[in-house]
Design a protein around this ligand. Structure first.
Ligand SMILES: O=P(O)(O)OC[C@H]1O[C@H](OP(=O)(O)OP(=O)(O)O)[C@H](O)[C@@H]1O
Ligand SMILES: Nc1nc2[nH]cnc2c(=O)[nH]1
Length: 178
């Protein structure tokens, strides 16, 4: 697997430090409240579990699975819910947890969908932000790293379901996906 990586963009150690930083901010800013973290499957799984372990206030987890209509690298703008929440979120403090924001289409849709259920608050925590790729503006409260438009894998990010288990975020060699 490592042979398919052009170079490591964010090391395991750096990810760990960043996750702790974000968890500390959340623990401080939501003190006295209970938070529900909602992970968007599957890419967020590593970030979600590491983040949750470092949060020191009461915290629950739930997951959603979504897919964009029309596969391929460009999001079509339409999002389909494959798995909805188990929890009722009315009057709850919600943080959506994502591995990466790219076009912003997925999160824009989810914010609208979940806001209709009247949570007390709804924010976003994402590890990676490809802000130059945005088609729709999304305001994420917690962002790990702004990244350039490389094809990234590892720490939850896949290519054809592979590489999610790499402990770092790396740039995939072009010859692997072209
Ligand atoms: O900002 P956008 O352009 O909407 O793209 C971001 C979405 O794309 C990725 O998921 P993907 O569809 O690759 O599924 P996965 O998490 O199961 O890998 C990522 O985890 C976000 O959910
Ligand atoms: N695996 C992966 N998924 C993405 N979705 C948007 N950008 C990326 C990326 O660089 N890698």
């Amino acid at each position: 697997m490592n042979n398919d990586i052009e170079r490591v963009l964010i090391s395991e150690e750096d990810i760990e430090k960043k996750v702790i930083e974000i968890a500390e901010s959340i623990s401080e800013e939501y003190k006295g409240k209970e938070v529900i973290l909602i992970g968007i499957l599957k890419g967020s799984v590593m970030f979600m579990s590491d983040l949750m372990k470092k949060i020191t206030i009461p915290c629950k987890m739930d997951f959603m699975a979504v897919s964009s209509y029309g596969e391929g690298s460009e999001s079509s703008g339409v999002v389909r819910i494959l798995k909805d929440l188990d929890f009722e979120i009315r009057d709850k403090h919600i943080i959506l947890v994502e591995d990466i924001i790219d076009s912003g289409v997925t999160l824009t849709y989810l914010l609208k969908y979940l806001n209709a259920r009247k949570p007390a608050s709804l924010e976003i925590a994402c590890l990676l932000n490809k802000k130059d790729r945005r088609k729709v503006e999304v305001n994420a409260k917690y962002i790990g790293y702004d990244v350039a438009d490389y094809f990234l894998v590892g720490y939850g990010l896949d290519f054809a379901e592979k590489y999610r288990n790499l402990p770092y975020v790396g740039i995939l060699k072009e010859e692997v996906y072209k």
